[in-house]
Structure formats: structure tokens, C-alpha cells
Design a protein around this ligand. Sequence first.
Ligand SMILES: [Zn+2]
Length: 343
Amino acid sequence: MKVLVASALILVGSCSTLRHSEKIENLKDSISYDDKKIVEKYLNTINSEELKTHVEEISSEKYNGRMTGEKGHNEVCDYIRNYYKSQNIKAPESHPDYYQKVPKEVLPEGLNESQNVIAYIEGSEFPDEYIYIAAHSDHEGIIDGEIYPGADDNGSGTAAVFEMAEAFKKASEDGYNPKRSIVFLHVTAEEVGLHGSRYYTNNPVFPIENTISTLNIDMIGRVDERHKDDENYIYVIGSDRMSTELHFIVQEANSNFTSLNLDYKYNDDSDPNRYFYRSDHYNFAQKDIPVIFFFNGEHEDYTKPTDTADKINYQLLAKRTKLIFATAWYLANSPDRLNPEII
Ligand SMILES: [Zn+2]
């Protein structure tokens, strides 16, 4: 009896004094892709040619720079919705036309009503748990008579979401339906103040408390000055702020599939650019949802009429898209729900 008590005490003692570094190592060890070959198969359907076709379409002059509430942006939302219809990826039951109207009352004065576009693949085991892959669809419109095409901002992110949706759909058709539901969310009114994502998180189509994580993409097709000598990188922002596990999942995805240099420069909260607060993931973070923001940094054509499709590095865009796909795959298919805890 005494011996048992004594060993129980020792056990309790050793658990509570488990060093932080050991906890981190245990967490890292618990994350692995047991289905690596399968992930690779669908990840390899993501290709630079299809990404190029979509970026060229989205940034084409006919959409007049996609200003929120304007005809050009409404037309590009139709293009987005038609893409999901063509892939047989369904709309939420509550929004069967894929559109969530964003009323003009919540938008800056002078703008017309707009819409978020929502499509999803229902999970096979945990259909009520949701992974979001998000990108804003709007841009700056026409300024001083010049069209702002926004090929990188955010044609690149929009095209990336399309390619991931297609890859998940193909996997589903082959019998590898994601265990959790995956929502493809194209929010409006980012450029005028993150309004589409704010409206969505205040009026979620799926229960917000069942949101596992949101992966937001805003500009991933170009290279910034800091990396001009080695383009094999992506900035990862926010991954460690609400879930230590999420931070290591993206690293595991990267070491298994993409070998990009993950640059955490802008994850530093003292960084004056404050990018964590400047794109749509922030509104999800405000609801305590673990988020990651994927970003290529600013470049000479950022928010200029010269952000055109011919300047996108499509091979790099494909590689970065694969990283996000592999991360989403893990979140959707891991046996346990992501642990929203900081260790
Ligand atoms: Zn943007």
C-alpha cells in the first residue's frame, strides 16, 4: 500500500514538473502524417497552370479592380460561385446560392451592398467541426482613372483557395473525404476595412464555436525585397498565438511536403507593420479561433496599378498553396480536434 502511494506521488510529481521543453517535444512528436502518400497524391494536383488561369481571370481589366459593391466585383463573385458549381462543391444549406449578403449598413458610407461567397465539403466523421480556408475577393477598384488589377492582392489567394478546393474534392471522390468539414470562404470588403470577415464572424453560417481553425491567404504569389536572393519562403503570421499545436502542424506540413523557409519576422508582435491586425484572419482571432495568415510581404507593385498577373511567380504560388493544403488536410483529418492551447 505504501509503495503504491509512494509511486503515485512520484508520478504526480514527475507530471507536474515536466519541463516546458519536454512538453514541446512531446507535442511535436504527436504530430505526424501517417497518410503521407495520400496527401502527396492530392497535393500534386495543385498546379501552376491552373493557378495562372485563375489569377489572369480574376485580375483581368473587365472586373475594373473589383471594388466592393461595384459591378466588377459582383461579376468576379459570380465567377467564384460558378467555379464551385462546376466542381460540384456545395453551398451551405442556409445559403443555397453561395452568397451571404453583406448589407451596405455595415460597409463604409457610399458603398453598395456586397457579398461573401461560401462553399464547403461536409466532413465524414465530424461534420459539425469546421476548418476555414479564406481569401478576400475585393480590391481597390479604379483610382484616378487607373484600374488596380490586384493580381497578387488577392488574385493569388483566391486562386489558391480554388486549387485546394479542387484537390479536396478529388480526394473526396476517391474515398478520402475529409473527416471534418472544410469551408472555402471568399470575403468581401477587406481593402476598405476587413468588413466582409467582420460581418461573417458576427453572422456565421456555421456555429462559430465549432470552428477549429482559419487559414487566411492574402498575397502569396510574389517575392519581397528581403527574399530576392532566395525566393523559397513564406511569411507565417499568428500560428502560435492561440494554439501551440497549430504552430507545429504547419512546420510538420512544411518539412514533409514543401521545404519552404517559414519566415516568422512579421509574427513578432513588436513589428511595426502589425500585419496580424491587417487582414481577415484577425476577425476570426477576435473570436478566439486559432488562425494562420500566409503572406509574401510587400513588393514594389503592392497597392499599385502594376500588380499584374504576368508578375506572379506561379511555381512559387503552387508550392505555397501546397503548404496550406497540407496544413488544412492535417487539421481536417487528425483523429483529435486541434488543441486551442498555448504551451
Ligand atoms: Zn489583400
